[in-house]
Design a binder for this molecule. Structure first.
Ligand code: CO
Ligand code: CO
Ligand code: CO
Length: 317
């Protein structure tokens, strides 16, 4: 990609952030982002809802408010009935309505496998953008959803995920990060990203690199969905999660007591994961209250430290 020279591009490609931010006037910037993927659950309605929640998440992670969206659809018209496509689209539309926006258009192609997602446009005041590059030593790290959806989805494809485990993961993936972002903005954060394909530690590495800081994570304090560790032990680990662990190992220091399975869990590729928020220690109680008030779970999973930029140390406790 050629370097971006437009001075109105406030956030571009350089910091691997969640969305591009483009200033359109002194007090208004738009955010632009796109996400789509192949099914992570069997149920077409919930696949649509999760695809939309996941695509909207990057907007919330920038501290922006979604304005409108476009559908991106791939569908095997000769292999599957159109009623399946209708349910995917309806799941996405319901989720967009929950986010307070309309899906105003889109594009579809005939494809070997179903794919669904959104292009999302959002708005934000240029001086209120929350990037992944503002974390400072002493900040605490707060995560707003439990992890493990990659491992659960992989087990589900082999019909090996217990029904209750899959149901729980489906609800977590379909949940919007709107309320978590709203709580974050009410308190004020230094940095934020959402946890998706690179996993918790992969996205943390990127936040640390962009912010030129290091991080320490306490493995025990990371919320993990029920059943995940056991399924990972049985080998239901997606390819992307292994790749994430290799990516993280380039910069990570691990406590010896953290076994290989737990290392994979902490790097598990997420679909529509929670927000990872860095904020000053003295605001963490206020954030926890604001999240609780909105019915959002959260856990303090680590701290930002003044160490090798981009480095991540993981302790057991
Ligand atoms: Co993102
Ligand atoms: Co994204
Ligand atoms: Co078109």
């Amino acid at each position: 990609m050629p370097p971006i020279t437009d001075p109105n591009v406030l956030v571009g490609l350089a910091t691997a952030d969640d969305a591009a931010v483009i200033r359109v006037s002194d007090d208004l910037a738009i955010t632009l982002t796109v996400d789509y993927f192949t099914p992570v659950v069997d149920d077409p309605y919930w696949f649509g809802a999760i695809g939309a929640a996941n695509a909207l998440s990057d907007t919330y992670a920038m501290g922006a408010v979604p304005v409108a969206a476009l559908n991106l659809v791939g569908f095997p018209t000769r292999k599957l009935p159109m009623s399946v496509l209708e349910q995917i689209i309806r799941g996405g539309a319901d989720k967009a309505a929950e986010a307070g926006i309309s899906i105003v258009g889109g594009h579809s192609i005939d494809d070997a496998e179903p794919k669904y997602g959104l292009v999302v446009m959002g708005k934000v005041k240029p001086d209120r953008v929350v990037t992944n590059a503002g974390a400072r030593p002493g900040d605490v790290l707060v995560l707003t959803k439990p992890i493990g959806t990659g491992i659960i989805s992989t087990a589900a494809k082999a019909q090996m995920a217990p029904e209750a485990v899959l149901q729980n993961a489906t609800q977590v993936m379909a949940a919007l990060n709107r309320d978590a972002a709203d709580a974050m903005l009410s308190v004020g954060a230094h940095a934020c990203t959402d946890v998706t394909g690179y996993g918790l530690l992969g996205h943390l590495r990127e936040m640390c690199a962009a912010s030129k800081v290091g991080a320490r994570v306490s493995a025990q304090s990371v919320p993990v969905m029920p059943g995940v560790y056991e399924l990972a032990e049985q080998g239901f680990v997606p390819r992307g999660t292994h790749t994430n662990l290799e990516f993280v190992n380039e910069v990570a220091r691990w406590d010896d007591e953290i076994d290989e399975v737990m290392r994979l869990v902490l790097c598990d590729a997420q679909t529509s994961g929670g927000l990872l928020i860095a904020l000053p220690q003295d605001r963490s109680a206020a954030l926890s209250d604001a999240l609780k008030k909105r019915g959002v779970m959260s856990a303090q999973v680590g701290v930002i430290v003044d160490e090798e930029p981009g480095s991540v140390a993981v302790t057991r406790d």
